[in-house]
Design a protein around this ligand. Structure first.
Ligand SMILES: O=C(O)CCC(=O)C(=O)O
Length: 281
């Protein structure tokens, strides 16, 4: 059963205004230890989706992998028993919460590879506004290596092309009968990297401790530096949660992760692949 937590209403307001908020000390040391063990299992046994990215050969690697919760027991418990779903319900203001997937990210000491600016929802075959991620570090994170969020970008009218983390190029469009067509009526724009870097919008980032979590909307634009520490890893579990209005959608590229749960466009995103985890009483 999901562990309940009570979230300060001011933090929920902040999430809806800025698209990202730091919640201090919400996971106790048992949860942190469990998630750390799960991450370490994943690092030792990556799935077919796992990648080790390097800015230059021989440097620290930026590891990422996802969709392993069904074989990593520690992640399964995190999904169904930790306070995560209760948090997601309160931040999304959603009565029901289904689990979409988890993403493990580790930047080894001396990793120069950065996370390009992007927002997540364009990668996913999911439409709806009640959609969030919980970014949970299991190592202390100095402010300069924390993910950085463009404040308020979750309510910008524009959607952005997803980028490959490896090359930082936009995802290629699908061609042929599955390619861009009238069924993909939304226009996607290039992420405004230069304007972000030039300081046009306020950027949010925090120093974090294990036990803290950053809750962010799936349309909040974010990116991060590498990990310049020569000794410390930067291990994170980023879990993705869907609320009452989340439905399956199509995208004009191959979605990532490449899973749709067998749903049809417009169907509510609840199924065996995206299990319903929490219902507010
Ligand atoms: O931790 C990072 O550098 C990137 C995290 C991220 O992009 C995400 O959780 O969606």
């Amino acid at each position: 059963m999901v562990e309940e937590v009570e979230v300060d209403k001011a933090l929920v307001e902040q999430y809806h205004r800025d698209g990202a908020v730091l919640v201090k000390g919400v996971f106790d040391s048992n949860w942190v230890e469990k998630v750390r063990r799960g991450i370490d299992k994943n690092l030792k046994n990556p799935s077919k989706y796992g990648e080790r990215l390097m800015a230059k050969e021989g440097e620290g690697a930026y590891f990422d992998d996802y969709c392993n919760w069904q074989w990593i027991e520690e992640f399964r418990q995190y999904v169904f028993e930790s306070p995560a779903a209760s948090l997601a319900s309160q931040f999304m203001r959603s009565n029901e919460v289904s689990f979409y997937h988890e993403h493990v990210l580790n930047k080894e000491p001396g990793t120069n590879k950065r996370t390009p600016w992007h927002h997540d929802q364009a990668y996913y075959p999911i439409d709806g506004h009640k959609v969030c991620s919980l970014w949970m570090p299991v190592d202390p994170i100095p402010r300069e290596t924390c993910v950085q969020f463009v404040a308020g970008s979750h309510i910008w009218p524009k959607w952005f092309h997803p980028k490959k983390f490896a090359s930082e190029n936009n995802y290629p469009l699908r061609t042929g009968e599955d390619g861009i067509s009238s069924s993909h009526s939304r226009t996607y724009y290039d992420v405004p990297d230069h304007e972000i870097e030039s300081g046009k919008w306020p950027i949010l980032h925090w120093e974090c401790e294990p036990g803290d979590v950053i809750v962010f909307h799936m349309r909040t634009v974010h990116g991060a530096a590498g990990n310049s520490s020569s000794t410390n890893q930067r291990r994170v579990l980023s879990s993705r949660w869907l609320g009452d209005d989340a439905v399956l959608a199509t995208r004009p590229w191959e979605v990532s992760p490449p899973i749709t749960g067998g749903l049809q466009p417009g169907q509510r995103a609840v199924c065996d692949t995206f299990p319903l985890v929490y219902r507010r009483e």
